[in-house]
Design a protein. Structure first.
Length: 532
């Protein structure tokens, strides 16, 4: 390179540095090794609970915008990867004495704790000096499979759903980037769960927009590629292999000089490998066809209806089973005391009675006061006067679980639970109860008929819920790329066994959540079997 070319290159770097100067936090400039690391100034333009939207630069309406979703298991290196992509966009080369950082990397956290605790949308607006010809929106999701367990993982689905609307500015997706470590030879149960749980959110039209980002890679073909093939992970293909991009993750802030020349030379090779992968990723992204979120919204909406229906179905099935037990017990008692009944003699007996009790908690619930049952929990609706806004109600303000009007429902800080208590009863009290209902007429057969009528009424409600759940399951099979992994009992058993084997902090609580999910999955499986 002659002096003129060197001057032009230096001038370009100075002009780029001047352009970015107003987006650098001057008070947080840090020196790591022989590099200066600048934290980029991004403005928080929208923040609601577990969602946050950050903006870098000024919106450029003349440039296209690409949207990617970053997904990975806790500890997969997702945060470092995003920072590497940002450095590529800003044209940082190995020889440069500085690096940029969009997300601060908290190395003090446990490997089982997610670096990200909420969905964050980063809008990187195009400006002069970018190495890509478009703006970029990154949806950074919390790491799945962390110590918080499956309940926290399922919140990711809800958070992503909430981001897919005009309020957050996301109406399409260009790519889903799955971040995996290169050394993985076989996907663990939890890694498969991470893949399947996210993929199950999207419609079938997203398959060819799924890209694989391999972290902690070297110059060889990553072992994880065969693991992905064996697990039949749906994604874009290059020949017979998944389309993948390799990143080292250890070279971004590495010293550019030192006593060991071999180490420096190796770091330089890995840095350039990551830079080339970033460039290829952005080229691929530019050529991809954007996918509308219409199918994704349909999948999410119907899955939500399914889950709400199942939440309402399970306690009603339990209540019917308890009532059935009461019916059989009463029938046996009546048979044992036929002589006493014939002679109109009173007698005592023990009966298991179903009672309802309130269980208080921190989260709101939508309760039907006519049924004394919980129709939706947990619910994000905060007040009684907006109860009808809950997802459990149709546009006609009718509850999809119990069928009663919204006016009979209240937002409360407790749920209703059924339990069985053994109580001493007398035949005279039982007789009096049904005489009132039968206008003074009473007999053994009448008592049995009354109890049978209660059971039939419950069974009719159950059948309506089962039919609704079966309809949802059928629709999900039509539009979802993959089923919800937590809809298969044997899959959940694998997760439970993995938790027991690894015994990581909080595993007992996670097993409790998994066992609850398994009970729901078994009921879903039963419904699906009966509907085919």
């Amino acid at each position: 390179m002659d002096e003129k070319q060197k001057g032009t290159a230096a001038s370009g770097k100075e002009s780029k540095a001047g352009l970015l100067s107003k987006y650098i936090k001057p008070s947080i400039q840090q020196r790591e090794s022989d590099l200066t690391v600048y934290d980029l100034e991004s403005s928080n333009i929208l923040s609601e609970g577990k969602y946050k939207k950050m903006q870098f630069g000024v919106e450029n309406p003349h440039k296209a915008n690409k949207v990617i979703v970053m997904v990975g298991e806790t500890g997969s290196g997702k945060t470092t990867l995003i920072n590497s992509l940002i450095n590529c966009i800003l044209g940082v080369g190995w020889e440069d004495k500085y690096r940029y950082r969009l997300i601060e990397e908290n190395t003090g956290k446990s490997k089982t704790q997610s670096q990200t605790s909420h969905v964050t949308i980063y809008q990187i607006h195009h400006m002069e000096g970018f190495t890509i010809p478009y703006s970029l929106t990154i949806l950074d999701t919390p790491g799945s499979g962390s110590t918080e367990g499956i309940d926290q993982d399922r919140l990711i689905a809800q958070q992503l759903k909430d981001c897919f609307n005009p309020h957050w500015g996301v109406d399409r997706i260009d790519a889903i980037c799955f971040v995996v470590k290169a050394s993985v030879t076989r996907l663990t149960t939890m890694q498969r769960y991470v893949f399947d749980s996210i993929i199950s959110l999207f419609g079938k039209d997203i398959k060819h927009n799924i890209l694989i980002c391999v972290t902690f890679a070297d110059h060889t073909k990553p072992q994880v590629i065969q693991a992905l093939l064996d697990a039949q992970v749906p994604c874009a293909k290059e020949g017979n292999d998944p389309l993948y991009f390799k990143f080292s993750n250890s070279d971004l802030y590495t010293k550019r000089s030192g006593e060991d020349e071999d180490d420096v030379a190796l770091a330089k090779i890995f840095y350039k490998m990551g830079r080339n992968s970033s460039t290829n990723l952005f080229m691929t992204l530019g050529e991809m066809t954007s996918q509308s979120l219409y199918m994704t919204k349909e999948v999410l909406k119907e899955r939500e209806i399914l889950e709400i229906t199942m939440e309402g179905l399970l306690p009603r099935i339990q209540e019917a089973a308890l009532k059935q037990h009461e019916l059989e017990k009463t029938e046996r008692i009546l048979q044992q005391h036929e002589d006493d009944i014939r002679n109109n003699r009173n007698f005592e007996y023990e009966e298991q009675e179903t009672i309802k009790e309130k269980k208080y908690g921190k989260e709101n619930a939508i309760n039907c006061h006519k049924c004394e049952m919980t129709c939706h929990h947990p619910c994000r609706v905060p007040f009684d006067h907006v109860t009808a806004l809950c997802e459990v109600f149709t546009w006609g303000r009718v509850c999809t679980v119990c069928g009663h009007n919204a006016g009979m429902h209240y937002c409360e800080n407790h749920i209703w639970e059924s339990k069985v208590e053994t109580k001493k009863k007398t035949y005279s009290a039982l007789k009096e109860k049904y005489e009132r209902a039968c206008e003074g007429k009473s007999s053994k057969e009448t008592l049995y008929e009354m109890l049978s009528g209660e059971i039939r009424a419950l069974e009719e409600k159950q059948m309506k819920l089962i039919e609704k759940a079966a309809t949802c399951l059928g629709r999900l099979r039509e539009i979802a790329l993959k089923p919800d992994p937590l809809s298969a009992p044997d899959y959940i058993d694998l997760l439970i066994n993995a938790e027991k084997h690894e015994a990581k902090p909080g595993y007992r609580e996670r097993i409790t959540s998994l066992e609850k999910a398994k009970r729901k999955a078994e009921k879903l499986q039963e419904i699906e079997k009966n509907s085919t």
